[in-house]
Design a protein around this ligand. Structure first.
Ligand code: NAG
Ligand code: NAG
Ligand code: NAG
Ligand code: ZN
Length: 382
């Protein structure tokens, strides 16, 4: 905790404040030893493991159907059982769709948060991991394994990896009396969004039911006035990065960098991948990296997805969706057996690594590093 200072008073408080701002943006890469310590989901992701993370989601999950209730229960049960310190809230709406005639269908977004214990409402900045958990009405029996059962599972796994370190970070900062109106009031927020898919044909009104509802709700939910230096006016401004995972789990994905304003985050993400590859920590061996575009961003805008209602309200987005889409996209072949499990497990670990780095967890890492000169040692250039 060398870079975290004990609390100071008066004039020195300001010094502390500015130092923390500097440190908060320092962004320290994870060490090789830390990257090695990120576990693989292993059997938890087996597509026939009914007590695992992924298999229970590999069913049709259309809004308003029994399958969707099963998926909702699985998401909630997992966090209640494995990650009891995370708070779970719903943001629900009902909306008509082109196929529901005059009936309002229920749409339920899940908001799951891990916050520092000292924060007041509206004080935390959230690294926000997002995926949609609904599945498409057509074709009949559509599973949506990449779309987005597997991305939900990746996020669930990564949350478990990060949880223990978050606890350690919060404990140490609490002990030192730190935290409160600073950049370091970092939390993790997971959004499992409903109703991403169109029921008939993708239009502005037939799609993104859940994300439109949530972004609307949040823009109209002002936070209480902040105590000191920072003001996050609404939950939207508390999102430091909206990291949306979609259509992941097929072989040889290639995810471009869509937005110049978050290209630096893309680079950091890509760097975690390439470092994990060079340390032989990943199982897949694709011809090119999952995140190849460290030196360029897309010339022309992005893809219509759950981030749009948030982007329109100024939220910074990292859209993790491959180009081209998986071959199985929106077909009955987008199911468990068509997933490339090595790729699915690799994504989960890369996402976990990125989260740990974003959350500055080198501050609490005290694990083993390979000895200098040993065959395992790879100089990381820092
Ligand atoms: C299923 O996942 C659980 C963890 O949830 C794990 O303990 C178990 O070994 C897995 N079983 C199989 C058959 O893969
Ligand atoms: C929102 O919907 C979910 C899923 O149907 C349900 O479990 C929950 O109780 C609802 N919450 C509220 C506040 O209506
Ligand atoms: C990106 O640019 C840097 C500096 O020009 C270069 O060294 C590196 O090889 C490039 N990376 C890729 C993947 O093209
Ligand atoms: Zn889809």
């Amino acid at each position: 905790m060398a870079s975290r200072l004990p609390p100071l008073r008066g004039v020195l408080l300001w010094l502390h404040f500015f130092l923390l701002i500097g440190l908060g943006t320092a962004y320290k890469p994870l060490s090789d030893g830390f990257l090695r310590a990120i576990p693989s989901p292993g059997d938890e992701f087996n597509i026939d493991n009914s007590t695992g993370i992924l298999a229970p989601l590999l069913i049709p999950r259309v809004p308003g159907t029994a399958g969707q209730v099963v998926a909702q229960r699985h998401l909630v049960d997992y966090f209640q059982r494995e990650l009891p310190k995370w708070t779970i809230t719903w943001q629900n709406s009902t909306q008509k769709t082109p196929t529901s005639k005059n009936t309002e269908l229920p749409f339920a977004n899940l908001i799951i948060r891990r916050e520092p214990p000292w924060v007041k409402p509206g004080q935390t900045n959230f690294l926000t991991l997002v995926a949609h958990y609904d599945s498409k009405l057509k074709p009949d029996g559509f599973i949506g394994a990449t779309d987005s059962a597997a991305p939900c599972a990746m996020i669930m796994w990564a949350a478990k990896v990060v949880d223990g370190y978050a606890q350690q970070m919060y404990d140490e900062m609490s002990e030192l009396g730190e935290g409160g109106d600073v950049d370091m009031d970092m939390g993790i927020q997971i959004l499992f969004l409903d109703g991403e898919e169109a029921f008939e044909t993708w239009t502005d009104t037939d799609s993104l039911y859940g994300s439109r509802s949530l972004s609307n709700f949040w823009v109209n939910s002002p936070n209480p006035p902040a105590q000191k230096f920072y003001k996050y006016k609404t939950p939207l401004s508390q999102i430091s990065l909206f990291m949306l995972l979609d259509l992941l789990g097929s072989s040889e994905p290639s995810v471009p960098s869509y937005y110049t304003t978050t290209h630096w985050a893309y680079r950091a993400f890509s760097n975690v991948e390439s470092r994990m590859r060079s340390l032989n920590l990943l199982e897949s061996s694709p011809p090119s990296p999952f995140l190849p575009d460290v030196n360029k961003t897309m010339a022309l805008g992005g893809i219509s997805d759950d981030h749009l209602p948030f982007i329109w309200r100024g939220v910074e987005t990292l859209h993790v969706i491959p180009q081209p889409f998986p071959r199985v996209w929106h077909t009955s072949a987008d199911d468990g057996p068509h997933l490339d499990m090595k790729v699915v497990r690799d994504w989960a670990r890369i996402v976990a690594g990125f989260m740990l780095e974003w959350l500055d967890m080198m501050e609490v890492w005290s694990g083993e590093e390979p000895e200098a000169g040993s065959t395992l040692a790879i100089h990381d250039g820092r």
